[in-house]
Design a protein around this ligand. Structure first.
Ligand SMILES: [Zn+2]
Length: 460
């Protein structure tokens, strides 16, 4: 036993030395937007950029770079202007620098861009990656790369969640919202966040309502309906926070945005940039039942999304990052479903999930070599069911304590399976019992079938 403890100790030390959480990018600067002409003028300083040698800086293709400068205010030479490579919505820029091939930890970029304003006309399509301006609002999600987004090519990873300090001026509008901050009235406002968020921008002429730090933006909604919605979001938050014994700190934002394409009457299109949920034609009656509760599926949907208050950016590193990020949030949604919709609903969900993976094959978690081997079915279905088996075996209480310990580890380290074991043991699960679980449901070549059998046995 002692020997084992020492081994774990040595392992943790090694993790602390070599496995620290990557740098968190910070963005500062000024943005000026003219709602009437669709003109953007931006001046940003990025700092604390992780050392990457294979990278590019992505900027929406409608933006024209004035210059890049280094931390000494000297111009930086860059590639991408001539014959630039397009990546998604953006042009990819890289610095030409002979002395070092890695991206500097800080740089400045100044640019302008203009986008069409749709007043009484439409584009053929709209999606999250478009900078959408109509005669009332402007919507620019992180996917548009309206701000410089770093692409880590070696890991095929987009870094777009930043801490920020932004001063935004809007001409022709009266309200500005940046994801992670309360919307503000006025022509110029400053937004600061020490928690990293993908920068969804929603500005224009609109009003908003607030309750306990949750917001509904740009929708005519009765006081009665908004109270119902806020009650539901508060319920989900309180379940998650009670279970984990950790405060729910994120504020939730529900946005009614307008698509720039013509949409079928009554249809709604939604996307989320956590903790913001944006819908076109937002009709809360579609979310609520006759008693004013969210429909069960929405409890589960929001249960997952709100789970990212805990398992969010903080756990998004390492080869198992999709597991820590999505599978844990999805697992938390099972608890929300059970606590707010009842055991019978949860049972239906679990059995339906099994059907979705019955014919697929998966690599055991300990054999995962790169992050994308944890594909969508793996991260949203199989691995959450694995975590459910863990809960079924050791109980909700020990599960919650284990999750809490993992979050503690994630503050300074990239999570690994070793942390899971360590957290479990710390919270009263016997080492042999954990290893038995691991053999059956995590490392076994037949782990998928074992998980399915176990869920059927307990819930079928
Ligand atoms: Zn998620």
């Amino acid at each position: 036993m002692k020997k084992n403890n020492f081994a774990i100790f040595a392992f943790i030390c090694a993790l602390l030395c070599f496995n620290t959480v990557p740098a968190q990018i910070h963005i500062e600067g000024n943005v000026e937007i003219n709602m009437n002409s669709g003109l953007f003028s931006c001046n940003f300083n990025l700092a604390n950029i992780p050392k990457l040698s294979d990278y590019s800086i992505l900027l929406n293709k409608g933006m024209n770079v004035k210059y890049f400068k280094d931390s000494e205010n000297e111009l930086i030479n860059y590639e991408g202007y001539y014959n630039g490579k397009i990546k998604g919505e953006a042009i990819a820029y890289t610095f030409k620098n002979d002395s070092t091939s890695t991206i500097p930890s800080k740089f400045n970029v100044t640019y302008r861009g203009a986008f069409p304003v749709y007043s009484n006309d439409f584009n053929k399509f709209d999606y999250k990656g478009m900078i959408a301006i109509n005669n009332q609002t402007l919507r620019a999600s992180e996917q548009t790369k309206w701000y410089p987004v770093i692409y880590d090519a070696a890991n095929d990873r987009i870094l777009n969640s930043y801490t920020y300090d932004l001063t935004i001026t809007i001409k022709g509008g009266n309200t500005i919202f940046v994801n992670g901050n309360a919307p503000k009235k006025g022509e110029t406002s400053r937004f600061v966040s020490r928690k990293a968020h993908p920068l969804l921008l929603f500005a224009g002429t609109y009003s908003f309502i607030e309750s306990n730090g949750d917001y509904i933006l740009n929708t005519d909604v009765s006081k009665e309906t908004s109270e119902k919605v806020f009650n539901n979001t508060a319920n989900i938050k309180s379940i998650l926070s009670k279970n984990l014994g950790l405060e729910f700190t994120d504020k939730i934002y529900l946005i009614n945005h307008k698509a720039i394409n013509k949409r079928r009457e009554g249809s709604s299109w939604g996307f989320n940039t956590y903790p913001t949920f944006a819908f076109t034609g937002l009709n809360f009656d579609k979310l609520l039942d006759d008693n004013g509760n969210f429909l069960n599926d929405y409890y589960r949907y929001f249960g997952h999304e709100f789970g990212h208050n805990y398992f969010g950016n903080n756990v998004m590193s390492g080869k198992l990052s999709w597991f820590w990020l999505e599978s844990f949030a999805e697992y938390l949604s099972y608890n929300v479903a059970e606590d707010l919709c009842g055991k019978e609903f949860l049972k239906q969900v679990l059995l339906k999930q099994i059907k979705n993976i019955e014919n697929d094959s998966f690599i055991p978690l300990n054999k995962i070599e790169n992050r994308d081997e944890i594909d969508e079915k793996y991260r949203y279905i199989l691995a959450p069911l694995m975590l459910k088996c863990f809960e079924d075996r050791f109980g909700r209480n020990k599960m919650n304590l284990t999750l809490k310990s993992l979050l503690e580890f994630a503050k300074s380290e990239t999570l690994t399976l070793m942390h899971w074991k360590e957290s479990a043991i710390k919270n009263g699960i016997k080492e042999e019992a954990f290893e038995k679980f691991e053999k059956e449901f995590v490392e076994n070549p037949e782990f998928k079938q074992n998980i399915i059998d176990e869920i059927r046995k307990k819930h079928g």
